[in-house]
Design a protein around this ligand. Structure first.
Ligand SMILES: [Zn+2]
Ligand SMILES: [Zn+2]
Ligand SMILES: [Zn+2]
Length: 111
């Protein structure tokens, strides 16, 4: 149901205390489904996505400069998507390759 590009991968680590941020372009939309209505639950990011100098205060969707707090919409809270962990998009660049190799390794292990 998510309208983000299917290739986008979210961090999904255990959220910490810091509030997720959105940039001026992404402001007001749900971080999961891009809905602009019924913001319900504030977004919490994991420590790793909050304290790194490159990540701090940045938009969780596109990593631009954050200007407002990020929210999950009511629908996503009902579906408990807010409990899936840190929603920061992390596959801009090398993390995608990491994931690919991680999957491959797992495949070898299984055999
Ligand atoms: Zn994270
Ligand atoms: Zn953004
Ligand atoms: Zn939503």
């Amino acid at each position: 149901m998510a309208k983000h590009h299917p290739d986008l991968v979210m961090c999904r680590k255990q959220p910490g205390l810091s509030v997720g941020r959105l940039c001026i372009k992404c402001e007001g939309k749900c971080v999961i489904c891009d809905s602009f209505v019924n913001p319900e639950q504030i977004v919490r990011c994991c420590d790793e996505c909050s304290y790194g100098s490159s990540m701090e205060g940045k938009c969780v969707v596109c990593s631009a400069k954050g200007v407002s707090d990020a929210y999950y919409c009511r629908e996503c809270v009902l579906l408990e998507r807010d409990r899936d962990g840190c929603p920061k998009i992390i596959n801009l660049g090398e993390s995608r390759t990491d994931l690919f190799y991680a999957k491959k390794k797992y495949g070898f292990k299984k055999r």
